[in-house]
Design a protein around this ligand. Structure first.
Ligand SMILES: NC(=O)c1ccc[n+]([C@@H]2O[C@H](COP(=O)([O-])OP(=O)(O)OC[C@H]3O[C@@H](n4cnc5c(N)ncnc54)[C@H](OP(=O)(O)O)[C@@H]3O)[C@@H](O)[C@H]2O)c1
Length: 269
């Protein structure tokens, strides 16, 4: 399903701002969810809705009349903030939708599934919460694309060509292993919304030497990707089995069950 009215969550962020402009450029009716409307200026064609992504009622209000969502938020914090923002935004949106369908494009991070046992993830749980947010999206039964970008704006001077990668067991140690421009992350997220071939795909996103592709040229890249497997544990294609569902916090297991149940109820009623 190609959406018409798209909510941008994390719209004030370093990628979110590009995503809002990309949404307008690709012809969508755009609504930006922001905490402080006086701090943003997206131009007259974007609707700005004040609210906090950590609040499910604000999310419900923001999602009224919306059939597509682009998530680019991120707390860049410790475990509590990462749960509230990186995971919480997705959980609250899916709860607010209550089973109503929406096309989703979610940004997480490169090497997410392979880099679980690192000092960075042990101290911040950033990958844990992003991976749980991905699982919620897959369990929701919505059409979706999950983009795991490399390091932002650290690509080489000649690196303009977008590459999608699905070697999810590879450990990425720094920008030299994979970087991508913020503008192209936004381009990819928004292009995925209207592309049937992008549905149920999870991939790393990097730049390599060469010319940038148009939106139309991305369709072939989406089509060449393997789709995610169906069903539990709701991981992406080629994700290692290093994050067992039974080892997740009780509330996370309950939330995943609730979101998956909403989908089952919708499809059987
Ligand atoms: N930097 C990299 O190279 C890289 C690579 C791959 C993935 N990532 C991931 O990308 C994500 C986004 O990074 P970024 O640099 O674009 O972040 P950013 O510029 O700080 O943007 C974060 C967005 O999330 C919102 N947000 C943050 N905390 C919030 C809170 N407590 N409540 C409500 N909204 C909140 C911000 O809203 P406000 O404007 O209202 O604060 C903003 O819209 C991060 O999770 C990061 O891990 C980064």
């Amino acid at each position: 399903m190609k959406p018409t009215h798209v909510l941008f969550v994390g719209a004030t962020g370093s990628v979110g701002r590009y995503a809002v402009h990309e949404g307008l450029a690709q012809g969508y009716r755009v609504r930006a969810l922001v905490r402080n409307a006086s701090r943003v200026c997206f131009g007259p064609n974007a609707e700005v809705r004040e609210g906090d992504l950590t609040n499910v009622d604000d999310m419900r209000h923001a999602l009224n009349g919306i059939d597509g969502i682009v998530f680019t938020m991120g707390a860049n914090g410790g475990p509590t903030l990462n749960e509230a923002v990186d995971y919480g935004a997705v959980k609250n949106a899916l709860d607010a939708l209550g089973g109503r369908p929406a096309r989703i494009a979610l940004m997480t991070a490169i090497g997410l599934a392979a880099d679980m046992d690192t000092e960075y993830n042990r101290s911040t749980q950033a990958h844990d919460w992003k991976r749980r947010s991905e699982r919620l999206v897959r369990a929701s039964g919505n059409e979706y694309t999950i983009v795991r970008p490399g390091w932002f704006d650290m690509e080489g001077l000649d690196d303009h060509r977008i590459r999608f990668q699905q070697d999810q067991r590879r450990v990425y140690t720094g920008p030299g292993d994979g970087s991508i421009s913020r503008r192209q992350i936004a381009q990819t997220l928004v292009a995925a919304l209207g592309c049937e071939a992008a549905n149920r795909k999870t991939f790393n996103l990097v730049d390599e030497p060469g010319q940038a592709q148009s939106d139309a040229e991305l369709i072939a890249l989406f089509a060449a990707l393997e789709p995610d497997p169906h069903g539990a544990p709701f991981d992406g294609y080629d994700d290692p089995a290093n994050f067992p569902p039974c080892a997740q916090p009780k509330r996370v297991r309950e939330e995943l069950t609730r979101i998956a149940h909403q989908h089952t109820e919708r499809t059987t009623s």
